[in-house]
Ligand binder design. Structure first.
Ligand code: AMP
Ligand code: ZN
Length: 664
């Protein structure tokens, strides 16, 4: 009994501290004390699983794994919102409402349109029982375990709440947390995330909830859903929900006229840059719940609410110069150097120009005043030129004809927007870039060897390609500047150890155009060895999931080049890993079989089914061809697939027959 009381008092205390912190902005105890209490609770809970509570504050830490998110039907549909972009459209909307309400002007609520992932939270008897994504509006994914890790989502409510209800809100990733997260990723050699919105929704779909717990997410509530919950007005319900423990932003306000709505729109258009998270507009709602009911819904959205979308934030600045970068594949990227200017809280000095076509389309001239926009992406882009502030025609940018590095005449492949330096074997930037790519953290991750050292070795004539790394000798390195015995030992050991890196990393390190880390993994997994991969035809490559035409073509071209073949042969000779670890197979029943999976299954998810095929030696293909051995079909197999299978005379197997085949 003592134990149970202890657990309950710890839980109550942690719930209370959370409530005070997120609702009243009040720290009852220090972060350190909070962590101590949490640890104590976790320890007791671990020893006494009989007192498990799915809404214990310890659930915030995560740790549950969800392999497949369950699809859940929404009790009430999650609609989208109609959009407006101008004062006139707002007026039209108000006119329609007044007409429907027999010439009455209702009162409105104005809220920010938080830019994240929508979520529906269901509470029963004051505890969170379910969190579901919007999905297609009628059904979404059950992401309860992940949502429980978000600190300001109350797990247990306080005050005077209804017995059963649903709330809706937006899960956003605040900008500071987003850039912190990206810094960590870049430091770890990973690609930074593109924007906070996609990162927020991606974070909800992670399989390991302790990973979600690491993501800086926050939940902003915008609606209470359900009948007879004791409220007459939307605004009033939102304000009241704060006292139950929900975060309802203070930016919420009431308006009784179009004038007041416009004031709200205009003032937030100016102030939005000061918010700690992104918004993409504002939402105006009819306040009275009876009026809402009278107005009802169209097939897509409520008639009683509308959003006003802001344009992406733009600033004007002077285009100073254009420089051209040469990538490791020879691709040329023009970069605009700008007079530094503040945009969405960061100083912008450069903008990407993508390619020659874009420069031509904008008719850019050095000295032009240009509009720069940051559409959620990391690198801003030039969207327009200020026609009132044009530089003279002599300053028009003429795209370079020769490589800024080696002077070779650039080429442009038919149908591609990018220019290339074709001097693959002689252009130093490309050569160095390729070696730098190979040693990078997310590729071979060679300890003790950095990008600058690679340049140094190249200019000293020690390396000309990635295979040369494995020929480096102590006596060549010691005479070089800043190469003490210890760093040389380190570096040579790092190079030696890299031979043990898995095949997928090597493959990525080779730097084949369009073959990123994920594609490399797929290829390594599918083909198993470099020899198999080198033999694969374009058609065979395309059969692999996620491999499209562009990638397949690039691979074939790469392995046609005798220089690349020689490079690979040298790497093999030095002992670099060129085979995927042979996976322990459950059986060899499906070895040599190409299997297509289609439809929805009863006992297994598609992914489990695919895993089962691979565990038994089979290969999963995404499309039906003459090479397909058979198809495992669930409910709702596409009709075109069926026709194709019948035409080719390929057996279609039910889930039950398939499982029986594997003795399951
Ligand atoms: P849309 O996706 O453009 O149709 O807009 C509808 C979505 O806006 C909803 O699913 C919500 O996720 C999101 N949203 C953000 N802020 C609000 C808000 N204050 N009120 C209603 N919806 C909002
Ligand atoms: Zn060049």
């Amino acid at each position: 009994m003592i134990i149970q009381e202890k657990i309950e008092s710890l839980r109550a205390k942690l719930h209370l501290c959370n409530f005070e912190y997120y609702v009243n902005d009040n720290s009852l105890i220090s972060d350190f004390e909070f962590d101590q209490l949490m640890k104590e609770l976790q320890e007791i809970e671990n020893k006494h699983p009989e007192f498990y509570d799915s809404n214990s504050p310890s659930q915030r830490v995560g740790g549950q794994i969800t392999k497949n998110f369950k699809t859940v039907e929404h009790k009430e549909r999650m609609y989208s919102l109609g959009n407006t972009y101008s004062e006139e459209e707002i007026q039209d909307w108000i006119n329609r409402i007044e007409k429907n309400l027999e010439d009455r002007t209702p009162s409105f609520t104005c809220e920010l349109k938080y830019d994240g992932a929508s979520i529906s939270l269901t509470y029963e008897k004051g505890v969170l029982i379910r969190a579901v994504t919007r999905g297609d509006g009628t059904k979404g994914d059950d992401v309860t375990q992940n949502v429980k890790t978000i600190p300001n989502v109350p797990l247990k409510l306080r005050g005077n709440y209804p017995d059963f209800f649903e709330v809706r809100g937006e899960i956003v990733m605040p900008l500071a947390g987003f850039s912190e997260l990206n810094k960590k990723r870049v430091a770890a050699g990973e690609e930074p995330y593109m924007n906070p919105r996609n990162t927020a929704s991606g974070s909800l779909k992670l399989q390991d909830s302790s990973e979600t717990a690491q993501r800086p997410l926050t939940c902003l509530i915008y609606a209470l859903v359900g009948k007879n919950l004791g409220f007459k007005e939307h605004y009033q319900s939102l304000v009241e929900m704060r006292s139950w423990g929900f975060t309802v932003p203070e930016t919420l306000t009431q308006a009784s006229s179009k004038q007041q709505i416009l004031e709200y729109i205009n003032s937030w258009e100016k102030k939005r840059g000061n918010l700690s998270y992104e918004i993409d507009g504002i939402v105006i709602k009819v306040n009275d719940l009876k009026d809402q009911e009278l107005l009802g819904f169209t097939s897509k959205s409520p008639r009683w609410a509308i959003s006003y979308k802001y344009q992406a934030e733009q600033v004007a600045t002077k285009l100073e110069t254009v420089t051209y970068q040469v990538g490791r594949t020879g691709a040329i990227t023009p970069v605009a150097n700008l007079n530094p200017i503040l945009l969405s809280g960061t100083t912008v000095k450069r903008a990407s120009l993508h390619n020659a076509d874009q420069i031509k389309k904008l008719d850019l001239r050095i000295g032009d005043r240009v509009y720069v926009e940051k559409g959620g992406e990391i690198i801003p882009k030039i969207v327009n030129v200020d026609p009132q502030n044009r530089a003279s025609i002599e300053n028009r940018i003429s795209y370079i004809k020769n490589c800024p590095n080696c002077g070779t005449e650039l080429v442009r492949i038919e149908g591609e927007a990018q220019h290339y330096c074709p001097n693959v074997d002689g252009c130093s930037t490309q050569i160095i870039g390729k070696i730098q790519h190979y040693i990078a953290r997310n590729a071979m991750d060679i300890d003790g060897l950095g990008s600058e050292t690679v340049s140094l070795f190249f200019y000293e004539g020690l390396i000309k390609n990635i295979a040369d790394l494995y020929t480096l000798k102590e006596e060549q390195l010691l005479p070089l500047e800043r190469m003490a015995q210890k760093s040389v030992d380190n570096l040579l050991l790092g190079i030696k150890n890299s031979k043990k890196q898995p095949f997928a990393k090597v493959l990525f390190g080779l730097g084949v155009r369009f073959v990123g880390a994920t594609v490399a993994k797929r290829l390594a997994n599918h083909f198993g060895t470099i020899t198999n991969l080198m033999k694969a035809s374009q058609e065979e490559l395309i059969m692999v999931d996620d491999i499209g035409h562009r990638i397949a073509q690039s691979l074939v071209k790469f392995f046609e080049n005798p220089k690349n073949i020689e490079l690979v042969e040298r790497l093999i000779a030095y002992g670099v890993t060129m085979e995927d670890e042979i996976k322990a197979l459950s059986s060899k029943i499906l070895v040599g079989k190409n299997i297509v999976v289609s439809g929805v299954f009863e006992t297994l998810s598609r992914n489990d089914l695919k895993a089962l095929i691979e565990e038994n030696g089979g290969k999963v293909s995404s499309s039906i061809s003459s090479k397909t051995s058979f198809i495992v079909a669930g409910v709702g197999m596409g009709p075109s697939k069926k026709v194709k299978a019948e035409k080719l005379g390929i057996q279609i197997m039910s889930e039950i027959t398939f499982l029986a085949l594997l003795d399951l």
